[in-house]
Design a binder for this molecule. Sequence first.
Ligand SMILES: [Zn+2]
Length: 60
Amino acid sequence: MRIRIREDFVAAPICPHCGKDIEEIAARRVESTLGVRFLYYCCDCRKVLGVSHRKGFWMG
Ligand SMILES: [Zn+2]
């Protein structure tokens, strides 16, 4: 069984913390000794939704 990814799905994702629809995600750049990462958080409740796991070779 294959799972497909739908990028045209119309319903907005919901924040697991405040339960509101997520239409925008706030991102904050975090610099560490391991490289630059991005912290993603809800615009409404400001709780963190996730962190990018990009390694340090990306310096943009
Ligand atoms: Zn929220």
